[in-house]
Structures are given as structure tokens and as C-alpha cells.
Design a protein around this ligand. Sequence first.
Ligand code: EPU
Length: 468
Amino acid sequence: MIAVRFADKKKNTEQDSDWNQMRNISRAQIRGEKNVEKFVINGGHPLKGEILVSGAKNSAVAILPAALLLDVPCMIENVPDISDVKICLKVLKGLGAEVKALGNDTYWISCRNVTDYYVPYKEAKKMRASYYFLGALLGRCHNARAAMPGGCPLGARPIDQHLKAFEILGAKQLIEDQQSDIVELHADRLHGGRISMDVVSVGATMNAILAAVKAPGITIIENAAKEPHIVDLANFLNYMGAHIKGAGTDVIKIQGVEKLMGNAGEGSQDVAYRYAVVPDQIEAGTFMIAAAATRGDVLIKGVIPKHLEAISAKLRDCGVTVEELDDEEAVRVCASADSKLTATNIKTEPYPGYPTDMQPQMATFLTIAEGESSIIENVWEDRFRYVNELRKMGAEIDITQNGAIVRGGSGLSGASVNACDLRAGAAMIIAGLMADGCTEITEIQHIERGYADIAAKLRGIGADMKKV
Ligand code: EPU
């Protein structure tokens, strides 16, 4: 049975119009009017020089919705220039927030006029992180409504742990039809609670924090995710006056607060707090692997080396030199033309284990490491769609039940390949940089969801790569 409260006629009409736009997009695609932008890479050039990492996608997409919880404006710096961020900003503006861009990577945001809690269907469907608007809007308005989030096709992507957390904090789901594409939540009053996550989930941990931060009483999140972006969200909220302890460990304790306004006085509207998003661990890791895979020598700057430890360890296993330069907030990665690169085994796990978001890139690198490497994917059930694309370039990879075996040692040759999802697309870029000849990568909108200006950045360290 579908019970929809609060869904007034206006909202249904908006949703219909979103649906119509979705239908139009699909028809255009069927007619062959696809996104035809592509990356063209002439491979075989060792990457050399310095490259700067942008702010973390998976932090920014949680911190921007978190601005909805603030009682004063804020200024968020080091925001990456990627399409997922543009969608978040569009949703914020659509809800009534004032958003001003101050340069390339800084935004002034005031949510004082936000009263709506409806995330447009079309935007919610475009990215995974739209689910953070559920937690943030619930915390702000005690109501939230959004479509089931979109994002990369990596197999089943349930949100049961998010919904479990919301319910423990006092929210009810208003649409109980399991088949419904819409999530609508309402809480007469939110309150603290003990949330024990059945699986370690980044998104559910973030959402529990967002919904609990202003809920009266104490919330405890057990079996919490420990990724750097969880710590970043907690730091941002604490900076604004929240009481969150234990972020980065598997137990997080939150004492709900009434207001989030930093040191500003009651009613202050002009004070803008500044907070900088942490560097993107996955963008940094992608550059590290690109440097090793092209037998280059690259200083990757603006990083937190500790966040990269699992990636550095695996590269060292394979014979790559990785220097951590904590004082300079940089890592240097080099593999000379004559250094022997050897196989390794990887198993993806939640942080601090080896990140699933670095699995396709590492598999690509392993095609030049001598011997047989085994990859086990423990987080997503369908994260090997890139293997078919790599095979077009000559890679020898077999898919196993929950992983892959890479038989490395031979090189790759340029080909026309597809970016099946964001990190698969990053793997195709690395493959193109390593390969002999020319590689063309299509469906690059997936890559642009998470990598800011990647062609220009890689050109800066010697890649022959352009977007056409
Ligand atoms: N899961 C459940 N129930 C839930 C939530 C998750 O069973 O309610 C399962 C998932 O099916 C999965 C595992 O738990 O098997 C972990 O999922 P998690 O919730 O941690 O993933 P997520 O929050 O949806 C974020 C990143 C992903 C990254 C994963 C794992 C964002 C916006 N996305 O997704 O990033 O792969 O954590 O680290 O933060 C990417 O950037 O390319 C990307 C896919």
C-alpha cells in the first residue's frame, strides 16, 4: 500500500515533469544522440613532474548538504569542480539556499530561507550522494523526500541501513511500498538512539550523523565506517558547534545540540565560517597508479599521506618506490624503465583496508606487473565491468566468483573503450596512458562526476591527452 502524506499537487507535478525529462533523455539516447565527448590519449609517455589533488568528492557531497543544518552562513573551500558537486549545489539552490561561488573551489552558502524538503527526482537519480539530503533535511525540517539515489552501476546498492538509522532516531517512512522509487520521511520529533549498523556503510554512517546532530539526547553509532570523509564531515559539524566524538573509529557518540552556529551570536546572518574539504584520497591514488603504470616519477601534492597508506603499501609490494612527505603534504611515486614490477594480491575492504574505489585502477596497473595477481572485491558485487574494456586493449584477466585474476607482464595496446562507471573510467585513462598507440574513451561523463579537469591535470605532467 502506498501512503503518501505531504506530497502535494505541486510536488507531484514537478515529479511528472522530471519523469518527462527522463523519458526525453532516454528517447534521445535511443535515437543515438549520445554524449559524444571523449578523451583521446596517445600513450607510452612516462608521467613526470608535480600534480595537485583537489578536495574529496565523497566529503564534499556530504558537507554541502550538511550546510542545511547550520543556523548561520558558511564558506566551504577546496570543493572539487566536478559534476556531482554541481548537482549538490543545484539541489541546495532548488531548496531555497543562497549559494555564491567565490573563485573556482570556494562557496558561500546560506540556508536561512530553506523551507522545502523535496529533492527533485531528476537530480536525486543522477548521483548516489543525493541520499545525504535525506539525513540533512530530516535533521533540519523533520521531513525529507527524495528518489532512491542513482550513481555508478556497481550491483545492488541498498539503503536499508540508512533507513534503520533514521527510524531509530524517530523518523517514519511515509511510503511503505518496497517497490516505490521515492523515499519520504517524517519525524514528529527526533531523538538520540543507539544505532548498530549491520554492515559497515559510509553512506549510512554519514546519514546517521546528519540526522542525529541536532536530535536531543545521545546517539551512539556502532560498527561505523571510518573513512577520512566521515572524519571530515564530523570535523565540519563540530567546527560549527556539534558534539561528535569518535569519528574515525567504529563507535561514534553524538550529543545532540539545538543550534549549529559556531561562535556566532544568536540571529547572526553575516558571519561566514570557513572550512576546507580534505584532499581526495581516490584522486591522489589514481595519480599514484598512473605514475607507476607509465614508469614515471611524479610528486603528488596536497594530500594526506596517511590516507594513502593502503595504496602505497600495494605499490611498494609490486616494486614501485613511494615516498611519503608528510611535511610537504605530498607523496612521490616513481618506477624507472628498468625496475622490475611484480604481481600482488588485493582484497578490497572498508578503510583503512584497500579501497574498492581504487580496485579497477590497480587491476589495470597489474597488467604490466610480472606474474599472476589476484583481486578480491568485498564491497560491491558488480565492479568488474571494466575488464571487458581492458581485454580490448590486450589485457589477460579472468573473472572469478568475487574477483579477478590478472596475468600480467605484457603491455596494452590503444583501443576504443568505454568508461562503464567513474572508477572504471579512471582505469581506462591509466590504461590509455600505459598503452602503445591511441586510446579513445567514451561515456566520459562518468569520469567527470569525480575527477576535476583530469585531462588538463595529466597534461601538466606530460600526458598526451585531450578531450574532444
Ligand atoms: N550496504 C548495505 N545497506 C546499506 C548501505 C550499504 O547493505 O544501507 C552495503 C553496500 O551494498 C555495500 C557496502 O554496504 O556492499 C558498503 O556500501 P557503502 O554504504 O559504504 O557505500 P556508499 O556509501 O553507497 C560510498 C562511496 C562509494 C564507495 C563506497 C565504499 C559516496 C558518495 N560513495 O558509497 O564511492 O565505493 O562508499 O567505500 O561516498 C566512488 O566514489 O566511485 C564510489 C562508488
